[in-house]
Design a protein around this ligand. Sequence first.
Ligand code: PEP
Length: 251
Amino acid sequence: MRKPIIAGNWKMNKTTSEACELVNALKEKVADIADVEIVVAPPFTALWSVSEAIKGSNIKLSAQDMHWEKSGAYTGEISPLMLKDVGCEYVIIGHSERRMYFAETNETVNKKVKAAHEYSIKPIVCVGERLEEREVGITNDVVKDHVTNGLAGLTAEQMLATIIAYEPVWAIGTGKTATPEQAQEVHRFIREILADMYSSEIAEQVRIQYGGSVKPDNIAQLIAEPDIDGGLIGGASLDVESFIKIVKLGK
Ligand code: PEP
């Protein structure tokens, strides 16, 4: 059985005090939830204080990106060693905003995913098509390219410790959610790609989240689909009440 995973991507929002306020309110209200894995991804500056605030709770910490090297002359970058040091169990890699604004490619995604595994940090790898790609009917080609190249060369064990987030770019922050059927179709397709890359046993065990304008009023229909194992939540994770509702409905 794949345990559902709901992760909040806070993007470039929240000062350290705002981040702690949010996570302190959250941890009280989700304390009794054991059947959903709950992850928050604050900005780098708030990782340490959030890490301290969630100690002993059922909330896990993620970063939103990282460099692939352990250390060195990479001004402005953060390494996997540093993320491990502040208590990150997860790291989001290849978010469409990083692909769009910061020249992230499948090649850099792949280096980062491998580096994350070297430090036993579980990568949440984002894949998904842009609107113009869906409109010309190449969604599957784009997703296959992201999956096969972004995840190339992982061992079966590393694959099992990797989360894939299917995020159609046209649904991120736009209020346009993919229908549960549209999302399910791509999630199933991703499982078929994984079956070709590894085996059907492995493909059935990998968790695949959906992301893109997930809200309390659409999570239940999405999660009801057989191949959707949770959500990567942007905007709605910044509001404690809506994130709590999503977590509670996300199983
Ligand atoms: C995201 O940033 O990964 C995301 C899905 O954002 P939103 O929920 O705001 O669409």
